[in-house]
Design a protein around this ligand. Structure first.
Ligand code: PMP
Length: 405
């Protein structure tokens, strides 16, 4: 067992003893991240890319150092391929609107999946409506995986873009992005990966992943809210138009027209999230000090223990694979006859924080035949005791509602 229990002390919020099992929604922040942001704000803060004065140069250096750090973390060969956004949602909208409006039209097909978060679905619906392109989706199999046979059948020369999750925030499954990308590239489609759950929990090297665009958020990987990343292969970024116009993204402006700055600045209109970039940098340093292989292994070990113990809870249904194959540390559950919100409320009384609801994946809820699930998600600071508290809480909820009794 990978013992990371010593890390808990680095997370001030956890000092009150809460069993925090909602990192899939947003993770806690270690002291090093809070201190890096505080220190930067106290000593080196100014707007970036604007001033000739020393403070602004220092702030610009810190902001650009964060870009370099993200690039090295995801194995990008060129830090210019890293665009800072407000979060994964903005990054995905940037591709849908910046790339999609330019390259899609009637007769084109957008292929997404039944297991997507709304963030990689709704922007494509909006762009489909505007461009006349059609939407299609890869279904889920009965064992909660993407139906890769159906994917192959659906791929055709009219498919221009494949939008797929790197890890489902409901099922925990990690689709095989490399082979999905390779097959899409054979027919000339671009591949957009929603890596909001993948990058925080698994080593990712964008070159190996094979996709054209990869989106993720800082707040799910120990960093602050308000900043995320769009990584794009340079040739794919060059096909994209800016999604927002304004300061800092231009080369020249007349009253009638404007030309764009170089990539990545072209895609970062206005004042960027500067303090947040410093926080993300520190978060990556923290994750790297553990090692992403270990982060993945730890998540999987806890998931394995949880799946094993949850299997004995009367009336409990796991909405996702019950084996560890190609799966991360997210477990969605329903308890017979008990609404997910009631379940989460009872667990809260036991000091266990889980999410309940549709998890921004309503089409997937429909496919699963449920209105909502309760979801436990693990991260570096979780321990076997957290799993035991979850299992104990679920048993008590079952007793309270007379499930299986
Ligand atoms: N995709 C997935 C799979 C997610 O879990 C989330 C966050 N719930 C998002 C996208 C959106 O991320 P954000 O809210 O940080 O933009």
């Amino acid at each position: 067992m990978t013992d990371l229990s010593h890390l808990k002390a680095d997370f001030p919020v956890l000092s009150n003893g809460v069993h925090f099992l909602d990192s899939g929604a947003s993770s806690q922040k270690p002291i090093s991240v809070l201190e890096a942001m505080d220190d930067f704000a106290r000593t080196s803060y100014a707007n970036v890319h604007r001033g000739a004065y020393k403070l602004s140069v220092a702030a610009t250096d810190a902001y650009e150092a964060a870009r370099e750090r993200v690039a090295s973390f995801i194995g990008a060969s060129d830090s210019g391929e890293v665009i800072f956004t407000r979060g994964a949602t903005t990054a995905l909208n940037m591709v849908a609107f910046g790339w999609g409006l330019e390259h899609l039209g009637p007769g084109d097909r957008i292929l997404t999946t039944e297991i997507e978060h709304h963030a990689n679905l709704v922007p494509w619906q909006m762009v489909a409506k505007r461009t006349g392109a059609t939407l299609d989706h890869v279904p889920m199999t009965d064992d909660f995986r993407l139906d890769l046979g159906a994917y192959d059948e659906k791929l055709g020369p009219d498919v221009r873009v494949v939008a797929v999750t790197g890890m489902s925030n409901v099922l925990g499954v990690m689709p095989p992005i490399r082979s999905i990308s390779d097959r899409a590239h054979e027919i000339g489609a671009r591949v957009v990966v929603d890596a909001a759950q993948l990058v925080p929990h698994s080593p990712v090297a964008v070159a190996t992943l094979g996709a054209d665009f990869v989106a993720f958020s800082s707040h799910k990987m120990l960093g602050p809210t308000g900043i995320g990343v769009l990584w794009g292969r340079m040739e794919a970024l060059e096909e994209m138009e800016p999604f927002e116009g304004g300061g800092e993204m231009i080369s020249d402006v007349t009253l009638q027209d404007a030309t764009w700055a170089a990539i990545p600045h072209r895609f970062e209109a206005g004042t960027p999230p500067i303090i947040e970039a410093v926080g993300l940098h520190a978060a990556i340093d923290y994750l790297d000090s553990i090692g992403m292989e270990k982060v993945l292994e730890h998540d999987r070990e806890l998931t394995g223990i949880a799946l094993d113990r949850l299997g004995d809870v009367p009336g409990l249904n796991i909405q996702g694979p019950t084996t560890l194959e190609d799966r991360g540390g997210v477990i969605s559950m329903t308890l017979d006859g008990v609404h997910a919100h009631d379940l989460a409320t009872i667990l809260d009384e036991e000091g266990v924080a889980v999410r309940s609801g549709h998890h921004c994946a309503k089409p997937l809820m429909r496919r699963l035949g449920v209105a909502a699930t309760a979801r436990a998600s693990f991260y570096v600071y979780n321990t076997e005791e957290d799993v035991d508290a979850l299992v104990g809480g679920l048993r008590r909820a079952g007793d309270l509602f007379g499930v299986g009794g």
